[in-house]
Design a protein around this ligand. Sequence first.
Ligand code: F0G
Length: 381
Amino acid sequence: MPGYSGSVQPAHHRPRVPRREGFFLGWRGILSEFGEVLPITDKTPALTLKEGNTPLIEAAALSRWLGGGVQIHLKYEGLNPTGSFKDRGMVLAVAKAKEEGAETVICASTGNTSASAAAYATRAGLQCLVLIPHGKVALGKLAQALVYGARVVAVEGNFDQALAIVQELAEARPEIILVNSVNPYRLEGQKTAAYEVCRDLGDAPDYLAIPVGNAGNISAYWKGFCECFDQGRSRRRPRMLGFQAAGAAPLVEGRTVERPETIATAIRIGRPVNRERATRAVGDSGGLFAAVTDKEILEAYWALAEHEGVFAEPASAAAVAGVIQLVRRGYFPAGSRVVCVLTGNGLKDPDTAMRKGAEPLILPARLDAIESILQREPAHV
Ligand code: F0G
């Protein structure tokens, strides 16, 4: 059996893959691809895990199932290097921290921010300290932060309390940079997703549906869409639809929620730091905030997987749940183009995935045993 080493030529002997304009040009990551519209300088390190350029997927089956004449597209941010949209802003925030001579980055997180901060800090040669709410972070996210080598502290409190602590810490110590979305570089990096949506649709959509927790991402998208419009990259700006979980809906209720609770742990937040920016985005765009129950979130979570073959985490499904709710209320004019932002990968949260109780069939490793299930009705397979 010849080994690979015998059959593969050294790189410099291999024929080159022919390159044509627009063909096989590798994506270089957010800082390189969007350098013109980001606050980077000659001194900003060229940090990247090749984040961004995530697919915009047409959801024809989901749109048909829902009816109402809406055309849904899914911006699948779960395909970023650490599995969430956070990578777009984190790459810039960490590169700027490095540029400014910081030694440590710090954040509070419901999981995804900590995973992303840990990965980019390691890559940039910085220390990373994360505070997470004890027992309320999905397993995959916790595993990521630990594997990437962050110091992970689980506090006996919620996200809002953890954020207050890291904000105070970072204010007192200039060598520590806070990389939560109060850091303006986070939102600058995250706005690039709106540019990609305009590029892929050829215009901005009529509506942008997005889950809202600390309210940074909805603010970042709005900034991106406004810039695209001003630069002539789009002919319109979308109405921004921000969805919160019913047990953690401070922006819907117009008040702080002291004890936020939801199955969508990523958006289990009662005191969003970007409240004002997000409220302006929704108001200026003519959109709305609405709440979705955990039941609606789970319905959307399964509908996405079963109709579209797309696996997103529960917080992401909140955007789809919101669109389902609004379609049922007759909110959208027929023919509306709606983009749902799927902020995180479904693999992040295996516990929710397994809760429905589906299990594999266990059979002996014999052909006849496998054949026997093919003879049954498909529903029993
Ligand atoms: N979706 C996912 C998967 C998230 O992880 C978050 C936020 C949001 C939506 C909401 O975005 O905060 O900009 O409104 N996660 C943060 C974290 C809070 O710590 O990972 P937002």
